[in-house]
Design a protein around this ligand. Structure first.
Ligand code: DX5
Ligand code: ZN
Length: 219
């Protein structure tokens, strides 16, 4: 699956930017990745619930909301209640990640847990079984256009192994620095869903970029 991140899109034209990846065939995105940043958990400030609510009315594609915010226990369920398909919180920020996953699911969303590049996965394996998605960050969260950190693929391999041996049921997602050069190694490590911001919205034709990434991931 390919989830273009609108962080690299034109914020003045988000509707048409999403239309560009809503066609048919391999150029159609599977999810739209929405980066919510609060200026505290990460040193950047982007968009919040009102914009997500407008996007939900505007697009039929499932919204994959990645909350890079403090106190997700308080704020994340609102995104699920609004209708986001997937609501992902950071393990470094959540006070009670198990309760939070339950609240997200009760509100009708899939629950995602994200982990920063330097956070060990081993410390959170017990929590993971309450989640539907593991979002492995392959850059420090906060900005698009950074370089891929290959060391995080060990976490992808660990998660893949736990899923393939029936110990966990979740999608493995990767976010940061994914492009035509890096996607193959991520696919090989066992990623199910690839977030790509600058590689899609920095391209002249976002749909072609989505199709090209899909093609490389299958290689
Ligand atoms: C970074 C965000 C990413 C970002 C990825 O904190 O979580 O989703 O948009 O951008 P690229 O694909 O350009 O690294
Ligand atoms: Zn993201």
């Amino acid at each position: 699956m390919i989830a273009p991140s609108i962080l690299s899109a034109d914020f003045a034209s988000l509707g048409t930017e999403i239309d560009a990846i809503t066609g048919s065939g391999d150029g159609r995105a599977d999810w739209v990745h929405v980066d919510v940043m609060d200026g505290h958990f990460v040193p950047n400030l982007t968009i919040g619930l009102p914009v997500v609510e407008s996007l939900l009315k505007r697009t039929e594609l499932p919204l994959d909301c990645h909350l890079m915010i403090e106190d997700p226990d308080r704020w994340a369920p609102g995104y699920a209640e609004a209708g986001a398909h997937n609501v992902t919180v950071h393990v470094e920020a959540a006070r009670d990640p198990v309760m939070l996953a339950k609240n997200l699911r009760a509100a009708g969303a899939k629950a995602g847990l994200s982990i920063k590049p330097n956070t060990p996965l081993e410390d959170h394996l017990d929590t993971l079984r309450h989640y539907d998605t593991l979002l492995v960050m392959s850059v420090e969260p906060g900005f698009g256009g950074q370089s891929f950190i290959p060391e995080v693929l060990d976490k992808v391999r660990t998660a893949r192994r736990l899923v393939d041996t029936g110990h966990l049921t979740l999608l493995v997602e990767i976010d940061g620095g994914i492009n035509a050069d890096t996607i193959e190694q991520a696919a090989e490590a066992g990623v199910d869903c690839f977030v790509a911001g600058s590689a899609v919205y920095g391209a002249d034709d976002p749909a072609r970029a989505v199709a090209a990434l899909r093609d490389r991931a299958r290689a």
